[in-house]
Design a protein around this ligand. Structure first.
Ligand SMILES: [Zn+2]
Ligand SMILES: [Zn+2]
Length: 94
């Protein structure tokens, strides 16, 4: 009986694999966009303003002010998924 239960759990794991792969693929574009934005060093808001990611920034978590990539605080290591446009103040999600 115990052996049969083990087989059922194996089958369940195998059946859940495609779901896990699809979920990972769905997350991938957002991760790639963030990596790409960090690599380019700029983000563009919907009005076309270009905001530089590398600048003096104040971390809203630990309040440290550092010349850094605004997507990652070098002090408390908090990463951020949004940047405020320096021209119009729009929140640009990455
Ligand atoms: Zn911080
Ligand atoms: Zn803007």
């Amino acid at each position: 009986m115990a052996e049969r239960v083990d087989w059922i759990s194996v089958v369940l794991v195998i059946l859940s694999l495609p779901v896990r792969i699809v979920l990972a693929l769905l997350r991938l574009p957002a991760d790639l966009r963030r990596v790409e934005a960090a690599r380019r060093g700029v983000v563009t808001c919907s009005s076309g303003h270009v905001t530089t990611l590398m600048r003096m920034a104040r971390c809203p978590v630990c309040a440290a002010v550092k010349p850094t990539n605004v997507l990652l605080c070098p002090v408390c290591k908090t990463s951020f998924a949004a940047v405020t446009c320096s021209e119009c103040g729009e929140t640009v999600f990455i």
